[in-house]
Ligand binder design. Structure first.
Ligand code: NAD
Ligand code: UDP
Length: 311
């Protein structure tokens, strides 16, 4: 079916891969971005496609476009970037949600929120199921992102209850792959860039904290499945349930890239979650989705990308 789709944050890491898939499927795609962390380079190969257009816009301002679906991804995702201007980050999440929900209400579009595992904060329940309410510091350095995303979820459900807006809420766990910005600051891109340059690998804390890493292709497939199904509005967790310590990630990156880099330790940033692993039972049941690409395979693809695209 022919669908007009708005992707906010479409020039970013996740958004550009999503735009690729939607354009390839023949949909009419509008990519909205203010280029804070995204790059035109990520979508320039789509510029000649008749069913793709770029819109420079800040999601904190209202938008007027006729669309059938909206994927709301606009928001910096790396701690370094979302803490750079914390007030702007929370405005992007909260006013951005109000603007896309207002648009969805007006044009009767379905709207999907790219929420996050940060909703769970530093979790005391492990692995994290959707029923868990989380353990979030409301006044810490990560709060602009965590609480902004929590309010966005609240707004999605209130617009749904009050105005019957057709919502989907996806809680995305750490995702990585080609087109992460080399100076993005998140762990996978940091370690790969450092390993390829032969620089020290900066391990924060003792590296015993854990994360679960999902490869971009698996995530994009799940996002589209979430948008297209009628059974479950969410929230639905999406991520790879394989759990790794950050130290083991560093060792894996060194091995797979054949690097001579050494691991050095740095202070652990405050409120850094100790552990994180998604319970993906609901995604399996509602979407028939599960990730297919393991960490070694995904890292190898990502290392190859950074070798060919050092900046
Ligand atoms: P990213 O930083 O690469 O992409 C975010 C995009 O949003 C960028 O293109 C940026 O320029 C744009 N943007 C930021 N503020 C904006 C604004 N005010 N108006 C318009 N555009 C704006 O990050 P990503 O990893 O691609 O993340 C995309 C979305 O997915 C984010 O909402 C993020 O919170 C969510 N998410 C990502 C992950 C992950 O591991 N990658 C995990 C959980 C949630
Ligand atoms: N991390 C690290 N070295 C880096 C960047 C990150 O050890 O150069 C750690 C960070 O402290 C955290 C984990 O890796 O424990 C994941 O960090 P990231 O910023 O990728 O995402 P998030 O903390 O939001 O999951």
């Amino acid at each position: 079916m022919y669908t007009r789709i708005l992707v906010t944050g479409g020039a970013g890491f996740l958004g550009s891969h999503l735009c690729d898939r939607l354009v390839r499927a023949g949909h009419d795609v509008i990519c909205l971005d203010n280029y804070f962390t995204g790059r035109k380079k990520n979508v320039e190969h789509l510029m000649d496609c008749h069913n793709f257009e770029l819109l420079r816009h800040d999601i904190t301002m209202p938008i007027f476009v006729e669309v059938d679906q909206i994927y709301n991804l606009a928001c910096p995702a790396s701690p370094v970037h979302y803490q750079y201007n914390a007030v702007k980050t929370i405005k992007t999440s909260v006013m951005g949600a109000i603007n896309v929900l207002g648009l969805a209400k007006r044009v009767r579009a379905r709207v999907l929120q790219a929420s996050t595992s940060e909703i769970y904060g530093d979790p005391t329940v492990h692995p994290q199921p959707e029923e868990y309410w989380g353990n979030v510091n409301p006044i810490g350095v990560r709060s602009c992102y965590d609480e902004g995303k929590r309010v966005a979820e609240t707004l999605f459900f209130d617009y749904h209850r009050m105005n019957d807006v057709d919502i989907r809420v996806l809680r995305i766990f750490n995702t990585y792959g080609p087109r992460m910005h080399p100076s993005d600051g998140r762990v996978v891109s940091n370690f790969i860039v450092q390993a390829l340059k032969g620089e020290d690998i900066t391990l924060y804390g003792d590296g015993s904290q854990t994360r679960s890493f999902c490869y971009i292709d698996d995530l994009v497939e799940g996002m589209i499945a979430m948008m297209e199904q009628e059974e479950d509005i969410g929230p639905v967790n999406m991520g790879n349930p394989g759990e790794f310590t950050i130290r083991s990630l560093a060792e894996m990156v060194i091995r797979l890239s054949g690097s001579t880099s050494k691991i050095v330790t740095r202070d652990l940033p405050s409120d850094d979650p100790r552990q994180r692993r998604p319970d993906i039972g609901r995604a399996r049941a509602a979407l028939g989705w599960e990730p297919r690409i393991g960490l070694e395979e995904g890292l190898a693809k990502t290392i190859a990308y950074f070798r060919d695209n050092p900046d």
